[in-house]
Write a protein that binds this ligand. Sequence first.
Ligand code: ADP
Ligand code: MG
Length: 252
Amino acid sequence: MKQLPAATVRLLSSSQIITSVVSVVKELIENSLDAGATSIDVKLENFGFDKIEVRDNGEGIKAIDAPVMAIKYYTSKINSHEDLENLTTYGFRGEALGSICCVAEVSIITRTAADNFSTQYVLDGSGHIISQKPSHLGQGTTVTALKLFKNLPVRKQFYSTAKKCKDEIKKVQDLLISYGILKPDLRIVFVHNKVFITVNLPISTAFAASCKFCPPVHSCVFFVVGSSSCGMWDAASAWSDEQCHVRAQDSN
Ligand code: ADP
Ligand code: MG
């Protein structure tokens, strides 16, 4: 028997954490929510295999933390396992960004309230910063992952059929719907290949925009359906009227 090289161990362990497009989106959204975001934009290209971008208006990442933000087991969320008793965040293991860097090309643009401008960091496969330059975005964080699974042919092979790719978009959609229900004040926009798939407006905006039926105590989700094949109405119609009222309309 021989011990596997460190790079191989890293790739194999990362591929256990990042198993699909939806797992990348989930990790990035949870980071956005942990950062206090009230607005999240998710953009995919080619079902996420060419590009996944998640942009939030959260607290941003301090310049002093940037060198370790994507190094595995660095986290701002706990100091030791005792803190797990009082966990209030989705993340705590410090593994997601590092794992995504291992299986995709990652860049992060971020700005805190104390910064005068945002900074774009380009990361290498082990999460270290390769380059950085000023950028123009406002407060918050945008994580971009290009060429997902470029170095994992087995994972890519799994998505070789159109059905598997479409299923993945549906899973992302379902995930976003779930967060929309969990967080009624969250604005989420989901775009695939520049086509709007789902918009979840914060409850206050949704009321102003259209929903005259929901009493304030109930969740209210407002969708714009940009594609007849997205299946949103099927998912939405499964909810009872008592839980929420759903409007669907063609965005075209
Ligand atoms: P974890 O969420 O378990 O801490 P991650 O690898 O997902 O690990 O993220 C590492 C750290 O990078 C986080 O602890 C957080 O400090 C910072 N971070 C990541 N994404 C964001 C974001 N969208 N906004 C602000 N900080 C972020
Ligand atoms: Mg995380």
